[in-house]
Design a protein around this ligand. Structure first.
Ligand code: NOJ
Length: 743
């Protein structure tokens, strides 16, 4: 071959390879933009500021390209005004993104996320997020900081309210559904907003449940417990991630190269945006991890945090850090690339403005109906002695009492800045409106708020109760007692509610206790006293009508606990999926049963608390119905599973009661012997099915070796051959099991 031919061939090859590597058009546009940007403009994209009270001062920053996204601006006119400056007056005309915490609703508020998780129904979570996205995007918000998918095993932590509870699998399913609801099928479509998987990571493990506290989480546990919901969020397409406030093993999340570069970018190949939490870069100073704001900016940029939310570290120091060589400009380009990619994905370059449509998008009939359906599904029936619920037709009068019976603001729960309590329908209003012709409603709050220590009203409530056939006691926590920075060391019913319940009980009338709270409360004594207990979390705008329908039997409870309920706070952390111990509890002797003078050796040496035993008040997955379900024997398609095979487990569920109702059928497994100690049980699947009265449905689950895999000390996930136990059950502490082998 002649030299000329070789050159032609080489050129041809270059063209062909060039074509096959041709970049995606969006990436090309990003390249183009980045090539035109000054370092200062790049850093501007990485700066996020709050709009609260600052929108007017911000115009120059926007014009100069010193800010890339704005949180908390919720006025469509201001949004458009600032956007106009960005896309018409800034040098490169890059649009802004407007962000907001839209956690469980914008105006129409759905149950708190913990309540939504109690529905064990991803469709509920998806519809809640969708309604929130539609309402929020109508004022120009295109990015929410949700879902919060921190595994939460400590009910003292106020932010458990915002979480999906204690279990990685349930949280993964519900969190992914929320991502889909927020983002819809296309992120650029009207009504879609970018989701944010937060807080990456381990925030729920804050020591003693005290917010912002330190965490120690071995890498194995990170991978096994805390990471899976975030990986599921990526699979669901989550456009953004947020760092957590806590340090993990000594490194604040916003400064962690391991988490943000090694895991998120390298292992998970994530190409979305990573935003800091509010001031979390700057807070690496009080953490004692950085000496000053400059060092904080350096560490966060090197760790891969794309956006500094209200930390001022990037805008003040990044330019200097790049110029001095402390931070490589390539890292800045990577961050800007992620941010611009999000702006393209949101369609902001084509459609930067919001249509100013007023309040038409809020509180539509369909949104309110969805919020009511979600509230119904999020309620867990914990007790129902003598079938007090649903109220029988013989009940002619009800006493509606308790501090949560008519509190429009409290039933909304935490983290709903834009909610309007006047739109909440309380239980009292709903019972009057929807059932007032059927029963006489006698209302007397007794206590005016959950912490009320003034017992004077209790006697009035008791007098009212005496005139009624049944007492509906709406107890719980005010909204302000859960959520961020609202940790409690004592998680009992606040104020004089326990005394009020005891006084109501004295009337001899049946007492139905409805608990509206942001967390599991330690209510063992109250549960003993009440005849029936509905655990309703904070149910949102339509909590009242939902509860009224459940109480009067128009709806049937189907919620299951997404988190274990402790008997007493000293049991915490208490979660179903704990590791097997060398001395599992046996022959439990409780403190009052120990004989005076008993010898040290007389009561055995196994793992339990003398005063709490070894069981929670209610286990994870627990929840009753007005009907009863009988579980048949679990059948397996084979007793052995090959590494590349599938095993099917089936079980007949029969509705043996009188109501058509839904049941959450749960699949648990235990790896009997492992090279590392395994949990006593792990949730591997669930199915919420409606079964008509008298009907039997066969439920099946498929298991593969991959479902049985776990993380090993070499940080690889793989299954181990050996024996397993499997349950298909109504909750995490019941059911008969079958065994199989993985070969
Ligand atoms: C702090 C919270 O931790 C986070 O969840 C929230 O999204 C930001 N503030 C923004 O408000």
């Amino acid at each position: 071959m002649k030299i000329k031919d070789i050159i032609i061939l080489a050129l041809l090859l270059a063209v062909i390879t060039g074509c096959s590597e041709k970049k995606d058009p969006v990436e090309q546009k990003i390249d183009q933009l980045i090539s035109q940007m000054t370092l200062k403009e790049k850093i501007g994209q990485m700066n996020q500021l709050t709009g609260i009270g600052m929108a007017d001062d911000m115009t120059n920053a926007v014009r100069n390209g010193d800010v890339g996204s704005i949180l908390n601006e919720i006025d469509a006119v201001t949004v458009n005004k600032l956007q106009k400056i960005a896309v018409e007056e800034s040098r490169l005309k890059i649009p802004l993104i407007f962000a907001r915490d839209v956690i469980h609703g914008y105006k129409t508020i759905f149950p708190i996320p913990l309540g939504q998780a109690a529905s064990w129904n991803p469709a509920v979570a998806e519809s809640g997020a969708r309604v929130a996205a539609e309402e929020a995007s109508s004022v120009g918000i295109r990015w929410t900081f949700a879902p919060m998918i921190d595994i939460s095993r400590d009910p003292r932590w106020g932010r458990i309210a915002e979480s999906c509870g204690e279990d990685p699998y349930l949280t993964s399913v519900i969190g992914a559904a929320m991502v889909k609801g927020f983002q819809g099928d296309t992120l650029s479509a009207p009504g879609s907003i970018a989701a944010c998987a937060k807080h990456f990571v381990g925030y729920g493990a804050s020591e003693s449940g005290k917010d912002y506290n330190t965490t120690w989480i071995p890498e194995l546990q990170l991978r096994e417990v805390y990471f899976p919901p975030f990986q599921a969020a990526i699979e669901a397409g989550a456009a953004t991630f947020m760092c957590s406030f806590n340090d993990i093993n000594g490194v604040p999340a916003s400064g962690s190269t391991f988490l943000n570069r090694q895991v998120l970018r390298k292992e998970w190949k994530y190409d979305g945006v990573l935003v800091s939490d509010w001031g979390s870069i700057e807070q690496m100073i009080p953490h004692g991890f950085c000496a000053d704001l400059k060092e904080a900016g350096e560490k966060a940029a090197i760790a891969g945090v794309d956006i500094d939310m209200m930390g001022y570290a990037y805008i003040n120091h990044l330019e200097e850090l790049v110029k001095s060589g402390a931070v490589n400009e390539k890292l800045i380009d990577e961050a800007v690339r992620n941010i611009l990619r999000l702006k393209f994905r949101l369609g902001l370059f084509e459609n930067p403005y919001v249509k100013e449509q007023g309040r038409d998008a809020f509180y539509t009939e369909s949104s309110l109906q969805k919020a009511k359906d979600a509230a119904i599904e999020s309620v867990v029936l914990l007790k129902n002695d003598n079938d007090v619920l649903p109220l029988s037709n013989n009940i002619k009068s009800v006493a509606v009492v308790g501090p949560l019976s008519d509190s429009q603001a409290d039933q909304l729960g935490t983290w709903c800045f834009d909610a309007e309590p006047e739109h909440s329908v309380t239980p009292l209003t709903a019972i009057r409106n929807d059932y007032g012709t059927q029963v006489r409603v006698i209302a007397e709050e007794g206590l005016t708020y959950s912490r009320d220590k003034n017992a004077n009203g209790i006697s009035k409530a008791v007098a009212a109760a005496r005139n009624a056939d049944v007492i509906l006691f709406f107890a719980g926590e005010e909204a302000v007692l859960s959520g961020e920075a609202r940790s409690r060391a004592d998680i009992s019913l606040p104020g004089k509610q326990m005394e009020m319940l005891a006084a109501l009980k004295q009337t001899g009338k049946p007492v139905v206790m409805i608990v509206m709270a942001g967390r599991p409360l330690t209510i063992e004594k109250e549960v003993e006293m009440a005849d029936a207990v509905l655990y309703a979390f904070h149910g949102g705008t339509m909590a009242g009508p939902a509860l009224a329908d459940l109480i009067f039997g128009k709806a049937i409870p189907s919620g299951k606990l997404p988190v274990t309920m402790p008997r007493m706070v000293g049991q915490v952390p208490v979660y179903y999926s704990h590791k097997m111990t060398g001395r599992p509890a046996q022959n439990i002797t409780l403190i009052d049963d120990i004989e005076v003078g008993a010898k040290q050796t007389s009561i055995g040496f196994t793992s339990y608390h003398l005063d709490a035993g070894d069981s929670p008040l209610f286990p994870f997955g627990y929840g009753l119905s007005y009907t009863t379900f009988k579980y048949g024997d679990v059948k397996l398609s084979a007793t052995a599973l090959g590494m590349n095979d599938e095993l099917t487990a089936t079980c007949d569920i029969t509705n043996t009661g009188n109501y058509t109702a839904s049941e959450v059928v749960q699949l648990y497994i235990r790896d009997k012997v492992g090279s590392l100690v395994r949990p006593v049980k792990e949730l591997k699947g669930f199915d919420k099915v409606q079964v008509e009265a008298g009907q039997t449905k066969t439920i099946s689950f498929t298991i593969t070796a991959n479902d049985l895999a776990f993380w090993h000390e070499d940080m690889a996930k793989r299954p181990e051959a050996g024996d397993f136990t499997l349950w298909i059950a109504t909750d995490s502490s019941s059911g008969t099991s079958v065994d199989f082998t993985l070969r």
